[in-house]
Design a protein around this ligand. Structure first.
Ligand SMILES: [Zn+2]
Length: 194
């Protein structure tokens, strides 16, 4: 049986290309450290900030809520969870909130970026794809390690294409994500010290 490449525990391991063979405990650690870093660098929370969290009932939403609890539990933000489908979100849902957290991963963002690139709706910059630093495979492994129930969904044809490209050209999704972040910057983001 393969051993965990991090702690060498003789425990069942998840072998994902991007993180390697890890036991559940180490995988949880890797994912939580990555999320904390991403929050700090990409969308830090301010004290007293009002944040709305969209729970669409998916496994990803379960992972997002678990991560918010384990990584950001002590944060003095005013958090409000709302059960809603992502597609039903309207501009009024942003009213009174400085951030809207969505259960979207790197894979989702790559797909959204392509859609945006092809001329459809540009994503709102207040809307934060909370799992953007994680691939679907990593989110699923975290959900499994934490015992978060999953509701399998059929991938859309475009997502299937992306996953197919990703298997042929590893790193494509992260590359697209990087590009999409660049495009998502507000017009004045390049000015001043970074
Ligand atoms: Zn381990």
């Amino acid at each position: 049986m393969p051993r965990c490449s991090s702690c060498e525990a003789d425990a069942p391991v998840t072998d994902i290309k991007t993180v390697g063979a890890l036991c559940g405990r180490c995988l949880i650690g890797v994912v939580e450290r990555r999320i904390k870093k991403d929050v700090r660098l990409s969308h830090p929370f301010k004290k007293g900030e009002r944040v709305r969290v969209i729970d669409d009932g998916s496994t990803k939403a379960g992972v997002m809520l678990a991560l918010l609890g384990s990584c950001l539990g002590g944060l003095p933000i005013k958090r409000e969870d709302r059960k809603a489908a992502i597609s039903s979100i309207e501009p009024k849902d942003f009213e009174g909130f400085s951030k809207l957290l969505l259960p979207l991963s790197a894979d989702d963002l790559a797909k959204d970026f392509l859609r945006w690139l092809f001329g459809k709706d540009q994503p709102d910059t207040k809307a934060i794809p909370f799992l953007a630093c994680l691939l679907d495979s990593e989110v699923e492994a975290y959900a499994k390690a934490k015992g978060i129930s999953s509701s399998p969904t059929t991938p859309s044809p475009l997502r299937r294409d992306i996953l197919d490209f990703e298997s042929r050209y590893p790193g494509l999704i992260h590359g697209l994500l990087k590009a999409s972040r660049g495009f998502r910057q507000p017009a004045d983001a390049g000015r001043g010290p970074r």
